[in-house]
Ligand binder design. Structure first.
Ligand code: ADP
Ligand code: MG
Length: 322
């Protein structure tokens, strides 16, 4: 079946008007005046696709906003306003109120205004958020500016969201004392808003990890028309998983699981000290996991040798397994 990205490329990517940057990055860049640019992004969450019917409405609200703020973070933008569109099969005010509380947690945390949207009835509950941010002109972090020799870095730890999904479905057991770490990442991922802005002027390219580490690394590599090498043993994972990293299920979650919302970014080697300072300032681990090399694609290296296992590569809405 045609992939999500083929559909976007074939049908929707050639009409970006006078945008500074149109389809293909985490957000579009639109000129405001000589000093500022607007960064705009939109993501949709659909019931039974991104969350279950019985999921906590506050978490659905939180995540609807988080995934959009994460895209702004990947562009290095400061979030300013959102528009919220919600399609409801029926009206349950207690549900709507809790949903609103979840949205509000992130609106308040980042002083973002909810300035409009749409409310309609429909057979499937779905939520679309348009998030608007801004940057000083020319300082947005794009996917297409990575150079050969740049280091590849990732924030926080990877694989939590995908493992959280398996834990929730009772397909995988983790230490009960840390179960919340995985479930919280799945339901209430924290967008790396401060980090994204701090990386402006430091990172050469960035993307947020929403489809999976390898899939998103490939988006970066393809946009910049170079290749990436990632060292598997350098990928930061939850401390309870360090000895299980090579188990097939765990490895698939680390490399191909989506829903992490960490930032994957590149930077020239001379930025290493600045990046360590940003890690301290944001109180967030930043780990060098690979580098940009000549060629195309993404290679996962294990002790210097390319990983041969056919690991899960990432998420596509129209993948053959769906
Ligand atoms: P992300 O995972 O960062 O949210 P997506 O994978 O959803 O990004 O989308 C990839 C790119 O394609 C983005 O630039 C997005 O704005 C664009 N895009 C997705 N769907 C459409 C569409 N229907 N029309 C125009 N652009 C789209
Ligand atoms: Mg993104």
């Amino acid at each position: 079946m045609t992939s999500e990205f083929e559909i976007i490329k074939r049908y929707f990517s050639d009409s970006s008007g006078d945008a500074v940057l149109g389809v293909g990055d985490d957000g579009a860049i639109i000129n405001i005046d000589s000093s500022r640019e607007m960064v705009v992004t939109m993501d949709t969450l659909v019931c039974d696709r991104h969350f279950t019917k019985d999921a906590d409405p506050a978490s659905i609200g939180f995540k609807s906003l988080a995934v959009n703020l994460s895209d702004l973070a990947a562009m290095g933008a400061r979030p300013r306003h959102i528009l919220l569109s919600i399609t409801l099969p029926s009206v349950h005010e207690a549900w709507i109120s809790r949903f609103r509380d979840g949205v509000k947690l992130l609106l308040d945390r980042y002083s973002v205004g909810l300035v409009g949207g749409d409310t309609t009835k429909g057979s499937t509950l779905s939520i679309s958020v348009t998030a608007i941010g801004d940057v000083v002109t020319g300082t947005a972090i794009r996917r297409d500016k990575m150079s050969i020799g740049d280091d590849l870095w990732v924030s926080g730890i990877v694989g939590l969201g995908a493992i959280g999904l398996l834990v929730e479905r009772e397909l995988l057991d983790v230490d009960p004392t840390v179960k919340r770490d995985f479930l919280d990442r799945l339901h209430r991922p924290m967008p790396r808003v401060e980090l994204g802005q701090a990386l402006s002027g430091v990172a050469s390219a960035a993307i947020d990890v929403s489809d999976g580490l390898v899939a998103d690394a490939l988006h970066l590599a393809n946009s910049s028309e170079i290749a990436l090498e990632i060292e598997f043993d350098k990928i930061p994972v939850h401390h309870t998983l360090s000895t299980k990293k090579y188990e097939a299920v765990v490895q698939d979650c680390i490399l191909g699981g989506g829903d992490d919302y960490e930032l994957l970014f590149s930077a020239p080697r001379e930025m290493s000290r600045a990046i360590q300072n940003i890690a301290t300032q944001c109180d967030l681990a930043l780990t060098r996991i690979g580098k940009a090399v000549p060629g195309r694609g993404v290679t996962i290296l294990d002790q210097g040798i390319s990983l041969t296992r056919d690991f899960k590569k990432g998420f596509d809405h129209f993948d053959k397994c769906d």
